[in-house]
Ligand binder design. Structure first.
Ligand SMILES: *Cc1c(COP(=O)(O)O)cnc(C)c1O
Length: 463
């Protein structure tokens, strides 16, 4: 057995990685040609790689490291919990203190009567729970035929079969098929799909698709509507201001459940504890993960309102994960929530940094290739275009130019991702104004270089 450590040459680590580690959402064969960047440590808002490069992480890992890297308190919480009780399940009339404490804390933080938590190991698992839970709920109420879930195209709800089916990513649906009775309506993406409509009219039209779908499918068939308050992995799509009030009106009018997928929006990302508060909705179920533990330990869950919890609790719900309410993850999450609260991280991010970040981020529309810039709290995106006036798409396959810009960001030691031809950010909530300045400086440079490369490759042309 080879001993593999941080001190090995990068190329050797990359070759071993490519040989034995299958990467998610990647073309594996590509790693044989071009190795993965080896990340060796992190502190605050920065990562370091095996070549000693210091990288600004404007994605907070995968939208999750809300309090930033390197917090000793979280390591201590995990260590203490591992020594005291590293694992126990909560299946058969047992419980433990970390899960009791975290559930009580989440019930305090979550809006309205969202007072009950069903745990999972991840956001995907939590959405699988939701899929089964809302169907079980209606079956318990004597309406088993109320089992269709309405979602949105280009939504992301996770990668397991159930969560992926709820999601609206066609590339995922095409690989391996989907579960039945999930219906997708269009997303409120004005930039790409709004045509000649004003953003306000477009937002209404997209929201009213929910009402049309309920009427066409039959109110007696529709169990729930699921949506991210602001779509994240779909490209940080900030809906027009008219969208959520209209969705709320429709959800109030018909007898369906509303599931807010807060996996990204939760825990401060949009300026409040939950994105539902930011967009003004009161869901029946919220999906949580990512920022719940700031990514320090895997944990997800569903926060469920009183009525749904009561109905579901009336009979045995044949569902549960071995690691649901894992004591170490619960202890880490609790410590994370304590820090977010006591250090006023969410309030500071919202009141002191977000306005500055918004101003600077929106200034990127001064770049010749940037059409719109949209940002709420600490999640934002810019649309790349060869023609701002017409909001034209590139002639090349979607994502070709986005990838060229991302490559330059990576080379310039900035983690900023692309989704198709949108560039997205989701920085840790501890970002300072100085971090914002560095972000904008490197983003601008990368846009320049990406545009030059696109021109050199002949892909900077309108469709
Ligand atoms: C990441 C994500 C998920 C899936 O969470 P995992 O922990 O990766 O399973 C679900 N919903 C949304 C909105 C997400 O961004």
């Amino acid at each position: 057995m080879v001993e593999i450590s941080n001190h090995m040459p990068t190329a050797e680590l990359q070759a071993l990685d490519a040989a034995h580690h299958m990467h998610p959402f990647s073309t594996q064969s590509g790693f044989l040609k071009k190795g993965a960047r080896v990340i060796t440590r992190a502190e605050g808002v920065h990562l370091w790689d095996s070549e000693g490069e210091k990288i600004l992480d404007a994605m907070a890992g995968l939208w999750c490291v809300n309090i930033g890297y390197g917090r000793e308190e979280l390591a201590q919480a995990a260590y203490r919990q591992m020594k005291e009780l590293p694992y126990y399940n909560t299946f058969f009339q047992t419980t433990h203190v970390p899960v009791i404490a975290l559930s009580n804390r989440l019930a305090e933080l979550a809006p309205g009567d969202l007072n009950h938590v069903f745990y999972a190991g991840s956001g995907s698992e939590a959405n699988d729970t939701n899929l089964r839970m809302v169907r079980f709920y209606w079956a318990q109420k004597g309406k088993p035929e109320k089992n269709i879930i309405i979602s949105r195209k280009n939504a992301y709800h996770g990668s397991t079969l159930g969560a992926m089916s709820l999601g609206g990513m066609s590339g995922m649906h095409a690989q391996g098929g989907v579960v039945q009775n999930v219906h997708h309506i269009d997303q409120p993406n004005w930039w790409s799909e709004g045509g000649d409509m004003s953003p306000e009219d477009f937002g209404l039209e997209r929201a009213q698709q929910l009402e049309k779908a309920i009427q066409e499918l039959g109110e007696n068939r529709v169990a729930a509507f699921i949506a991210e308050p602001i779509q994240g992995a779909g490209g940080v799509i900030v809906p027009p201001s008219t969208y959520w009030p209209e969705i709320k009106r429709i959800c109030d009018k018909y007898e369906i459940l509303l599931i807010a997928d807060e996996v990204i929006c939760g825990f401060g990302r949009t300026g409040n504890w939950f994105g539902s508060e930011t967009v003004g909705i009161q869901p029946h179920i919220m999906t949580i993960a990512k920022g719940l533990s700031s990514g320090y330990a895997p944990i997800g869950g569903s926060i469920v309102c009183d009525e749904v919890a009561e109905v579901v609790g009336g009979d045995e719900f044949n569902h549960g994960y071995t690691y649901a309410g894992h004591p170490v993850s619960c202890a880490v999450a609790l410590e994370n929530l304590r820090i977010l609260d006591e250090e006023r991280i969410i309030a500071t991010a919202r009141d002191e940094i977000a306005p500055y970040l918004k101003e600077k981020f929106e200034s990127l529309t001064g770049h010749p290739m940037v059409g719109e810039a949209k940002i709420v709290g600490h999640m934002g995106s810019i649309a790349l275009t060869p023609n701002k006036a017409t909001r034209a798409k590139f002639a090349a396959e979607a994502g070709t130019v986005g990838y060229l810009v991302r490559e330059r960001c990576f080379a310039n030691n900035l983690i900023m991702r692309h989704v198709g031809d949108r560039m997205i950010i989701s920085p840790p909530l501890i970002f300072t104004k100085e971090n914002v300045d560095t972000l904008i400086e490197r983003a601008w440079k990368s846009l320049d270089e990406g545009m030059a490369n696109a021109k050199a490759q002949g892909v900077f042309t309108a469709a």
